[in-house]
Design a protein around this ligand. Sequence first.
Ligand SMILES: [Zn+2]
Length: 522
Amino acid sequence: MNGDLFDAVLLDRDGTLIEDVPYNGDPEKVRPMPGAREALDRMRAAGLRLAVVTNQSGLAKGLFTAAQMRAVNARVEELLGPFDTWQICPHDDGDGCGCRKPAPGMVHAAAAALGTRPARCVMVGDIGRDMTAALAAGATGFLVPTPVTRPEEVAAAPHVARDLTTAVDEILRRQAAVRPVTPRRAGTVLVVRSDSAGDVLVTGPAIRAVAANADRVVLLCGPRGRAAAGLLPGVDELIDWPLPWIDGDPSPVDPDDMRRLTDRLAAVGADEAVVFTSFHQSALPLALLLRMAGVARISAISDDYPGSLLDVRHRVPVGVPEPERALSLAAAAGFGLPAGDDPTLRVPAARPTVVPSGEPYVVVHPGASVPARACPPQRCAEIVAAIAASGYRVVVTGGPAETALTSRVAAAGGTDLGGRTDLAGLAGVIAGARCVVVGNTGPAHLAAAVGTPVVSLFAPTVPFGQWAPYRVPLVRLGDATAACRDSRATRCPVPEHPCLTAGVDPAEVVAAVRLLTTGSDS
Ligand SMILES: [Zn+2]
C-alpha cells in the first residue's frame, strides 16, 4: 500500500462504460460511451486497476444466456481494453442476494479480487444504486448521469461529473493532489485547526502527514475542538485558543489577547506553520500573527490575495472531501502520508465501559453542533423505536448539554447514555457499535475515525461529498433536494425542517442499518 488515495476504479457497465441497451445479449449492439477508451487508458497508465461491477438481472429473467453475456463482455474488452476483474450479479430484485447493487457485495468482491479494500476504491456509475453500493462499502462514489438518471439521484450523489472523461480527470487530479511535489523534512511545525470536533477530526490525516515528516508537531486548536485534538495521533503539544475570526459565536477582538496569542505562538519556536481552514474560513488573520511571531514559512489555502503573508498559497476546487482538502494543503507544503498510512480518519478507541460488552447495539446520536443539521427529537424517537422493534439494541448518546434531548429520545426504546461520556468515551461507545445513526456533526466523523459504519441523516445545507463521513461504510438519508440545499444555514430556513423530518422515514433508517450490518437490504 502506497500513500495514494486510490488503488482501483470500479465501473458500472450499462450506461457508464457502454450505451445502455436493455437486456442486451448481442455483441453487435455494444457501443462505448464517448471518450471511454481514452479515459480508461489514462487510468491504466496511472497505475489504477480497473473493475467492471454490473447488475445483470437479464440472466435471472431468462432474457439472455450466460454465453450471450460473455460474448457481450468480450466485445466490451475488445473495444475498451482489459479489465482486471469482472463482478457480475446474475440475480434480480427480491432474490435477497448480497451482490445486486445497491447491496455492497460486489464492491467488496472487486476490491478483494484486486488485492485492496473498498475504502481505496472509486465506484463510477450512472444511477443511485451504484452510489449506494459504493458508499455502503466505504468506497468513493462518482455519478456520471445520463438522461435517465433521476434528479434526486444526482442531488444525493457524493460527486457528480458530466461525463466519464471529467470523472477520470477529477479522480486523477485528487490522486495527484495529496502527493507532495517536493517532499521535505521539517523541524518544529505549528499546525492550526480551529473550530469544532468534526473539523479537527477531518484534519487528522493531514496532521499525520506533517507529523511523519517533522521532528515535532504543535497543534493550535479552539476550545470547541480541544477534546478531539487531544485524540489525534502525531500531535506532541496542544495550544487551545479561541480565534474571533473563526468561532461561530465570537467574542470581540481584544488587542491584549491577540498580543498574548502572538507571544505564545512565538514561544513555540516553529520553523514553519500549516494553517488548515474549511472553505469559508480565512487563514490570513492568523498568518499575520504568525508573521509577527517570527514564523518563517507559512502554508494555507487562500482564494483571497495573501500578499506576503503566505509562502505556500494553495487553492482547492469546491466539493473535495475535507480530509483530502487538508491533505492536499499538507502535500503542497511538502508533507505526504508515508506508505502504510491509509488516509482514513483515525483516533484510538478505548473499550466502552458504559455499555455491557458482548451484546450488539446500534448508536443513535440525536444532537448536532448546528441546529439545521439535527434531526428533530420526535423523529429521532421514532427512529429509536423502529430500530428497537427490528431486533437491535439501541444506545442513545449525547453531550452533557444534551441530556434532556437524549432522555426524551431514549424513552422510545433505547439506553440513555446522554452526558455519561467524554469524547474519548464516546469514541469507545461508537467503536463498539454495529453502526451509528447521526446527522452531519462531530460524532459522524468520530465514527469514521474508529471505523464504525454510519447512517448519515444529512441536511443538504453543505455539500455531502465534502462533509460526509470519510472512507467508512455509509448510507445517506434525508432529502438532498430540500430548499435549504447549499445555504450553509445554521438554523433551518425552511418551515418544518423538511430535509430531516419528512425526508427521513424510520423504516428507511431500519433498512439502512440492515444494509450496513448484514450487507443486504432485504
Ligand atoms: Zn446478486
